[in-house]
Design a protein around this ligand. Structure first.
Ligand code: ADP
Ligand code: ZN
Ligand code: ZN
Length: 747
């Protein structure tokens, strides 16, 4: 401990009865423990008139007394035993504050849910309760009796396990009195999305425990052996979609639960479907609970209380489920570990993977990450031996991986085909329409923003300093959003001289129009931010497509996730390059993930699938690797690029976003902060910027970015601490500063 670090006073929260979190009391730090007390520490303090000794939680330390120091009470001692889950969580909040930047109170509020008594609106679903065979008989019966509403409803329940009530009364035009009647006969049940109930026996039987395949069993056994040997570590399961990862998680969770400990399973919100959750319910019954964003704060609080009281063993949910206060946590699973939704978008901008690693370490628990396309970070740690790697290379059900064609759009242009559909794609679309099979067309709109490329040779205008695509601005100039480099726009391709150079502008709506022009009579559904804006829009489109109400589903990246459509045998990726030139360093990784996942949508049923990837850059490694479905090949190229330019995980990167009500202040503060970053002339530290952010102004705040690269994370958090301290002098109403370590998105 350095002496100058020793702070004199501590702001302490006495009771984490959550609503009162903002109320702190200041105490003197006695010399004996000076330097040890820091935000997140737990201490004993005298409190109230009687000076009874109680626990306090340190929010902040400093040298400024808020009242007369001689009248201030003194901390009695530090509390070190961490037998209470709250103490783990406080420490976790302290760790998050330190590693990601945020006020301690903000970090604490992230970790403890606020107790509020607001009930969320619930959505209702209709679920079939009888077997397929029983339902088929009923359908015949309804047909004979001309009970058409009953027929429509039950028929819809043959292809989807559950249907939202709005869809039943809307699209299916079946009244709730019909639903009631069938519910009374036990043909279906109505459930709310807050409470998943254990299904009736008929269903339970169908979900009987599966016998794991030898490769699945090998993973479960290896984790069990480690556990029994007292080894706690992080595992990465790299397994293609359908390779049985979820089944492996269930097996390992079950083992942990049998040992009297609890497990948290994180899955991305969008994958929190009935099917996935049901698989856990079948195994663990009502010892499972779920969290999702539709729960109100109060309901989330109630679920956490149940966990604390030991009423449940397994919590399934998105990022925030990490903070479930299980008293004896034994395991955290993070499925689809590469998903960007695991990174918080508000301060503290933490990544679930690293917070989970810290929490499992505190709790003496294990951590399992799983993905078909692991993040470069996680795979790199596995390659370096920090994580233990397992590979599952085949689909359990034996389904074949699809055939992938890459189409060079430059060649199409040469042939005179100027439409957005290549000849190959058109041919395959016609074939599928004739066979009454379904098609998904995927328009990669990520980073659609504004890169400029040549349709003749594929050349992309990039920053000479950062190797990132330049963004074209309204005024026609090309700008780099990492370093601020600017150059004039171009009319001709600097590489081949073609005049076909510009931005890509087609959206899903235009694609829909072009499709109906090109293939008359084809039935199209569209899924994008527009068509899913209304409540349940997302589900409605999916159910309609599952119901074969359309031949083609056109959509943005939303369509690549979640649901299985067994009748989809063709997937077309219209412009694979769009995400390749998003203006941040993860563009190649994201492209590979999107293409691989989109390709995985084809041929999920009995029939084999085909995939068409259209691109101007068939030689780009992300696209070549996606075509070969070769993750390792991709990883080796990508890590080479990251090393060359010191991007994470080869190095660490701190993004600092400065927002100011007045543009001049933004400049001044950015300059001031860059002075702090460069103070000490540490030559391991590389600073880029300050520059204007790619979105220069939001809600009347001007935005500036500074990026700092350094291989040593601690050096970056030290700079962050220094900046946080210096910023106390600024008025937080007009100047806001956010820190983002190893950012997932460009600003
Ligand atoms: P992933 O999570 O890797 O996508 P899942 O665990 O969802 O894979 O498995 C894919 C499909 O195979 C699911 O329908 C699942 O029920 C089934 N499955 C998984 N493991 C087995 C097994 N050992 N025996 C039979 N079916 C299995
Ligand atoms: Zn060109
Ligand atoms: Zn640049």
């Amino acid at each position: 401990m350095q002496t100058e670090d020793k702070k004199l006073y501590a702001d302490i929260v006495i009771d984490i009865a959550v609503e009162k979190l903002d109320k702190t009391f200041q105490y003197r730090i006695p010399p004996a423990i000076a330097g040890q007390v820091e935000p997140g520490s737990i201490v004993e303090v005298p409190f109230g008139r009687s000076n009874r000794i109680i626990r306090g939680y340190v929010m902040d330390v400093g040298n400024k007394a808020v009242f007369e120091p001689s009248k201030m009470k003194e901390i009695r001692c530090m509390v070190k035993d961490s037998s209470l889950v709250e103490e783990d969580l406080i420490q976790l909040a302290g760790w998050m504050k330190k590693n990601y930047g945020a006020a301690m109170i903000t970090a604490l509020k992230t970790v403890f849910p606020v107790k509020k008594q607001i009930r969320a609106k619930e959505r209702r679903f209709v679920v079939r309760q009888i077997t397929q065979e029983q339902a088929e008989e009923k359908l015949k019966f309804y047909e004979q009796k001309h009970q058409t509403a009953r027929y429509r409803l039950l028929n819809a329940l043959m292809s989807a396990e559950e249907i939202p009530c709005e869809f039943v009364t809307g699209k299916l035009n079946v009244s709730m009195s019909v639903v009631k009647a069938l519910e009374e006969q036990g043909i279906l049940a109505v459930r709310t999305d807050k409470v998943y109930r254990n299904p009736v026996d008929g269903r339970k039987a169908s979900g009987a425990e599966k016998v794991l395949s030898p490769s699945q069993q090998a993973v479960a056994d290896a984790v069990r052996r480690d556990y029994e040997a007292g080894i706690r570590r992080t595992y990465l399961i790299h397994g293609v979609t359908g390779s049985g990862k979820t089944e492996v998680y269930i097996e390992i969770v079950s083992d942990i639960v049998n040992r009297g400990r609890q497990a948290i399973v994180l899955i991305p919100e969008i994958a929190l479907t009935y099917q996935t959750v049901m698989r856990f319910y079948r195994r663990f019954g009502d010892r499972v609970s779920t969290l999702h964003s539709k729960l109100s704060a109060g309901e989330r609080y109630d679920q956490f209380e149940r966990a604390k009281r030991g009423e449940i063993d397994v919590m399934i949910g998105p990022r925030s489920a990490l903070f479930t206060p299980f008293p004896n946590l034994g395991l955290i699973v993070i499925d689809e570990e590469h998903e960007s939704s695991y990174k918080s978008e508000t301060m503290p901008k933490y990544h679930a993977r690293d917070v989970a690693a810290f929490r499992t370490r505190l709790a003496g628990a294990s951590l399992i990450l799983g993905s078909a396309t692991p993040s470069v970070e996680a795979y790199d740690r596995a390659v370096n031996g920090e994580y233990r790697l397992f590979e599952l290379k085949e689909r359990v059900t034996g389904g074949k991986l699809p055939v992938v064609y890459t189409i060079d759009l430059r060649e199409e242009l040469k042939k005179g085909n100027r439409s957005v559909f290549s000849d190959k794609l058109k041919e395959l679309i016609l074939d599928r329409i004739a066979k009454k099979e379904q098609i998904m067309l995927f328009l990669n709109r990520r980073g659609y923003a504004s890169f400029v490329s040549c349709r003749s040779c594929g050349h992309v205008m990039k920053c000479p300093h950062c190797d990132i695509a330049l963004s074209s601005h309204q005024n026609g100039r090309l700008v780099c959003h990492y370093c601020g480099h600017e150059e004039p726009g171009v009319k001709k391709c600097p590489k081949c001289g073609s005049a076909y150079i510009g931005g890509m502008r087609a959206g899903t709506q235009q694609i829909e129009q072009m499709l109906s022009r090109e293939f008359s009579g084809v039935r199209i559904l569209r899924m994008d931010a527009d068509t899913t804006k209304e409540k349940d829009g997302y589900e409605k489109v999916l159910y309609a497509f599952a119901n074969h109400e359309a031949d083609i589903l056109v959509g943005t990246q939303m369509i690549v996730k979640g649901h299985d459509f067994p009748n989809v045998t063709l997937v077309g990726i219209l412009a694979a390059d769009m995400s390749l030139y998003a203006n941040d360093y993860r563009a190649g990784e994201r492209t590979f993930q999107l293409l691989t996942q989109a390709a995985g949508r084809a041929g999920r049923g009995e029939k084999p699938g085909e995939v068409v990837i259209q691109t101007y850059n068939p030689e780009h490694y992300s696209i070549k690797a996606a075509q070969r479905q070769d993750y390792t090949g991709f990883y080796h190229e990508e890590i080479g690029y990251r090393k060359l330019l010191s991007y994470p995980p080869a190095s660490h990167m701190l993004a600092i976003l400065v927002e100011a009500r007045r543009e001049e202040d933004g400049f001044t503060v950015s300059e001031f902060l860059s002075g702090i970053i460069m103070a000490g002339h540490d030559d391991r530290i590389q600073m880029i910027g300050p520059a204007k952010a790619s979105v220069t102004k939001i809600n009347d705040f001007y935005r500036f970015m500074i990026y700092v690269k350094c291989a040593d994370y601690k050096a970056l958090t030290d700079r962050k601490d220094a900046m946080e301290e210096a910023l106390l002098a600024y008025d937080g109403k007009n100047i806001r500063v956010q820190f983002d370590f190893d950012p997932m998105n460009a600003y």
